[in-house]
Design a protein around this ligand. Structure first.
Ligand code: ADP
Length: 396
């Protein structure tokens, strides 16, 4: 039995889950927030309830120390030697990584080089890795990339129709995101179909505050909605998704916005929040659909775009066996799932309204007669990370 830590380090936060492998049991999980401040928050789940502490945590190494010391103090682990591997979620693996990797100097250099493409995320991940290297010397660190699963896309899919030199010189292309989640739910769905993995055609809809869709044929990603960055694709909690880029020039002339300001608006003030003017949270919008026209509209725009992607993936894969819904909205909003699936009636999709009331658990949500099956499958990125740590470090 091994204890593996799955880590997601942000610029001022560090989320962790401690898992027992290979039996895939979550031992505990928690988060350090507001790292860098005198009143940082440390939260850990103990026996199902959350315990929170406010204390100064000035950098990520201190955050890691706090977490590990607390695990010892609570006797969740008796000796730090019990933790035999750490897996880190990395947002951008670019063209370098088709799979997860054990951290060494070369891997760190490549993640560093990719900071340009993920300036908010990759630097924070590096800080997280270095903190664990310092506090747990000798314990292998493994990096698991959000982009790796999408590296199987063909060039006609990942290339933009832009000057070719932008690709050769600056590697401008589609990379996608949420790959760990898409892979996890696609493989679970494939196992629920009565055919070999190589013959399966699955569309996975990861609908959280950030949201993306992927087409997975024979277990490999053939297309996904996010692009160079997570801004491309369907509208999300605060992101616009696809727009005509000319809007930027037009609005800079009308309102005097700089390019940086416009990108903040597209990333943080658009999507649900921008259209509704109320919230980036789908629950707030769903609660107001009957009374607030803009809340209804914000949701409808997104549902339409999701259906558009699924339709185009139907053509790309020459059919679809199953559509999967996952992440916060996909796992909890029966309204979203029903509205999207009803737009696909022409493909023979029939929602089972009773089954679609399910929340947060695996469920088949289409009728027996439906030509395409649809599933709700809760995602589990931490488990995928822990599995990759085990796979890559076993026997080393
Ligand atoms: P992220 O990881 O991208 O921050 P999550 O996967 O946690 O996002 O999803 C957040 C979204 O899930 C929010 O829009 C939230 O409103 C939505 N959500 C969570 N629970 C429900 C629910 N019961 N009904 C509708 N939406 C929900």
């Amino acid at each position: 039995m091994r204890k593996i830590m799955a880590v997601n380090a942000g610029s001022s936060s560090l989320k962790f889950q401690l898992l027992e492998m290979p039996n895939e049991k979550v031992i505990t999980e928690g988060i350090v927030e507001r790292i860098g401040l005198k009143d940082a928050y440390y939260t850990i789940k103990v026996n199902g309830s959350k315990e929170k502490e406010v204390l100064p945590i000035l950098d990520h190494a201190e955050a890691v120390k706090k977490v590990l010391n607390d695990l010892i103090a609570r006797q969740i682990v008796k000796d730090l030697k019990e933790i035999s591997g750490v897996g880190h979620r990395i947002v951008q693996g670019g063209w370098y990584f088709q799979d997860s990797a054990i951290v060494d100097d070369d891997v760190l250099t490549k993640i560093e080089e990719l900071c340009d493409l993920a300036p908010l995320h990759n630097p924070a991940h590096l800080v997280g890795i270095r903190a664990f290297q310092k506090v747990l010397p000798g314990v292998p660190n493994v990096v698991v990339f959000d982009t790796a699963f999408h590296q199987t896309m063909k060039d006609d899919t990942y290339m933009y129709a832009l000057p070719y030199e932008w690709y050769t010189k600056y590697k401008i292309r589609k990379y996608g995101a949420h790959g760990t989640s898409h892979k996890y739910v696609a493989y679970l769905a494939a196992a629920m179909l009565d055919k070999p993995l190589e013959e399966t055609k699955i569309v996975t809809c990861h609908l959280g505050n950030g949201a993306s869709i992927a087409a997975v044929k024979g277990g490999k990603c053939v297309d996904t909605s996010m692009g160079l960055t997570p801004l491309e694709g369907i509208p999300m909690g605060t992101r616009s998704g696809n727009i005509d880029p000319t809007v930027l020039e037009y609005m800079s002339k009308k309102e005097g916005y700089s390019l940086e300001e416009l990108l903040v608006i597209l990333n943080r003030k658009s999507g649900y929040l921008g259209v509704s003017g109320v919230s980036n949270d789908s629950r707030d919008l769903e609660a107001r659909v009957d009374t607030d026209e803009r809340c209804r509209l914000a949701l409808e725009i997104q549902y339409k775009r999701i259906a558009d992607y699924i339709g185009s993936y139907y053509i790309l894969m020459e059919g679809i066996d199953a559509i999967v819904f996952t992440a916060g909205i996909g796992e909890n909003s029966s309204r979203c799932r029903e509205k999207v699936l009803n737009k696909l009636k022409v493909l023979g999709v029939e929602v089972d309204r009773e089954a679609n009331k399910a929340r947060g658990e695996v469920a088949e949500i289409t009728t027996k007669d439906s030509k395409i099956r649809a599933f709700l499958i809760p995602t589990n990125e931490e488990l995928m990370i822990a599995r990759d740590v085990v796979r890559l470090t076993e026997g080393k």
